[in-house]
Design a protein around this ligand. Sequence first.
Ligand SMILES: [Ca+2]
Ligand SMILES: [Ca+2]
Length: 120
Amino acid sequence: MFSLRRTCGLQKEQGHWCWCSLLEPTERPELFVMESAINVLVSKFKVYAGSEGSSDTLSRDEFYKLVKAELSNFVTDSADPAVVDQLMRSLDKNNDGELNFLEFWQLIGHLASKHGGFSQ
Ligand SMILES: [Ca+2]
Ligand SMILES: [Ca+2]
């Protein structure tokens, strides 16, 4: 399994050398899988954050929907609004009532660590 990496380089096109972007094969499947995982997290965040108010942050309702639909196996009592409220307050470091991506990312780190059996 391999992926394609975009680089810049000199390439001969129609008899002339030009500076173009090239696609090169790279054999780094592990990195590719991790990059895909990051892509999924970012695009899911954007989908939920984009439903109301600022598209860069999750409102309480957006966060509630995301947790319920996407993280219900990892977040205990994810259907309980009080639990999700408490969780949101613990992540909302600047206390603006919204979660930006980095505030949200703390939850992913915490869940991943717990899932992997690492000490907290
Ligand atoms: Ca939003
Ligand atoms: Ca915030």
